[in-house]
Design a protein around this ligand. Structure first.
Ligand code: SF4
Length: 216
């Protein structure tokens, strides 16, 4: 881990804590910045913090995060070696009684937030591969809408030089009601995540990447 990358991330985190660049700060509890090793080979990008993340101030600690942890483990990827963040750093929601229902950020919010903070995280960490979890993450990275289902499992080579593997957001799996659909969607998600290991191993001349754990 380079000290410069760590310092740079810490600086960004402190700055982002008082960000007022779009209206989402007004209702969210706090800015939820990314976390993970500053020298991670892989960066996972989600949409925005959810209810639990907003309260905890950490990304992917709610139900979708637990599902993501399980899927990463099943794919042979060690989450502790992965940098995890979101395209948008404040929770956007609609109050419904005592509940706060997730509301998708709009294109302007995605652009402002990702330009301001996500690009800085990418520059500091310099991951070999970014995994876009869902449409918002893909849009924030590509700068245009990217249909997830027709691109999932594929690596987009962007003009910026970024390499982005497209897959679904784990919260999409949580919304499924039918057990068979759930199982199939989970298996497909794990398969997408498995290709992280394959891609990095291929590039490292088949040496096992340090972000991977043995799947036995
Ligand atoms: S969502 Fe992003 S751009 Fe908007 S206030 Fe929060 S940190 Fe700033």
């Amino acid at each position: 881990m380079t000290a410069a990358a760590t310092d740079s991330l810490e600086h960004l985190r402190r700055e982002a804590a008082s960000c007022r660049a779009c209206p989402l700060w007004k209702n969210g509890t706090q800015t939820v910045f990314g976390e993970g090793p500053s020298d991670a080979q892989i960066m996972l990008v989600g949409e925005q913090p959810g209810d639990r993340e907003d309260l905890a101030g950490r990304p992917f600690v709610g139900p979708a995060g637990l599902l993501l942890n399980r899927a990463l483990a099943d794919a042979g990827v060690n989450r502790a070696r992965v940098y995890v963040t979101n395209a948008v750093k404040h929770f956007k929601f609609e109050p419904r009684g005592k509940r706060r229902l997730h509301k998708r950020p709009n294109a302007g919010e995605i652009k402002v937030c990702s330009t301001r903070w996500l690009l800085g995280e990418i520059e500091a960490v310099a991951p070999q591969l970014i995994v876009a979890l869902g449409a918002t993450a893909a849009q924030s990275l590509a700068g245009r809408p990217v249909p997830v289902q027709s691109n999932r499992g594929e690596v987009l080579e962007l003009a910026s030089g970024l390499r982005v593997l497209i897959t679904v957001h784990p919260s999409a799996l949580l919304r499924l009601r039918d057990e068979k659909d759930k199982r199939e969607a989970y298996d497909a998600f794990v398969q997408d995540l498995r290709s992280i290991a394959q891609i990095l191993a291929r590039e490292a001349g088949l040496a096992r990447p340090s972000g991977m754990v043995s799947t036995g």
